[in-house]
Design a binder for this molecule. Sequence first.
Ligand SMILES: *Cc1c(COP(=O)(O)O)cnc(C)c1O
Length: 374
Amino acid sequence: MHAQSILMNDFAKQWQDTEARVLEAVREVGASGWYILGARVKEFEAALATQLGRREVIGVANGLDAIEIGLRALGLVPGQKVLTTPTSAFATTLAIVRAGGVPVFVDVDDSGLLDLELADAQLARDPSIRFVVPVHLFGHALDLTQLEALAARHGVAVIEDCCQAIGAASGGRAVGSVGKVSALSFYPTKNLGALGDGGALMTDDPETAALARRLRDYGQTARFVHEHIGLNSRLDELHAAILARAFLPKLAAWTARREAIAAAYLRGIAHPVVRPLPVPVHSQSVWHLFPVSVPPALRAAFRAHLEARQVQSNVHYPQMIPRQPALASIRYEVLGSLARAEALAASEVSLPIHPYLSDDDVARVVAAVMDFAP
Ligand SMILES: *Cc1c(COP(=O)(O)O)cnc(C)c1O
């Protein structure tokens, strides 16, 4: 008999678990006859604001737009520099470029997240950098005390990319609470994923929230009055209803399951060459991914070994952002060496970690890793 594959994400199991509530939400939206920016979007925004402890949540079409709208709502004008990380989903940098900003890359730390000490030094050197987009990568929280101090010292506006880290905290403070604006994605693989695309901004500032609400809807200030060059970045009623009724109520249990799996991996994996990346100090992580590092020369063999044992894996990310072909034709800056980001791109492997893994699956992943004998 063939063992079942252990997947990076198991949407079939998620569907079995959530189908009844999802269909209820779909029926309700269908019957309401109101499909864009209505009562369900308001309901989801309010539920999420309560859960995350923020004054305002603004639903948008995806995480990319959330970051772009956030930068524009905070007054970014084209040509301004935005400090960010070379190791993230491409969308982080793409949002900066789409907003007209010039990405400025600073290297990552041992955990693979933006090195805040290096960022601090570079901000001191170049006071023309007015914005910072740090990423709480892998579901880990950057040190928020350090981030807050950096923002205060240099007077920069921070937009936290929380797309992989909904619910994560640093020293007891929720991610997203330092940035004047923070961004979330509900892409299906995210810890809170829709049945399609979705995203949100969070902020405690009512004026920023009001501007973001206008920017997501053609820049309208009143019907047929367009004061800004906005976007069409509206969250659908359908996605909002499904998120609010079927998925958001499960988020705490899903996160707890991810934490339990990560703990089992950290206990079980003690291997001479396969090493879990260090968790940042003070991070209460929500484990969007479980990254390990493997010597670059062995990475392909390690992944083939896992595959032979029916364990899927992935790489986040095989190419650091400044090496992407799209950046060849635009203006950006690299401050200092990106040696750690480069090394991570060559050595990272992500193991399966999703809430529908059984204890048996987890044991199989650990066993598969442990009997890798290069
Ligand atoms: C997924 C993701 C995004 C983009 O979100 P989309 O909804 O796919 O546009 C941005 N930043 C990070 C870190 C992400 O993981």
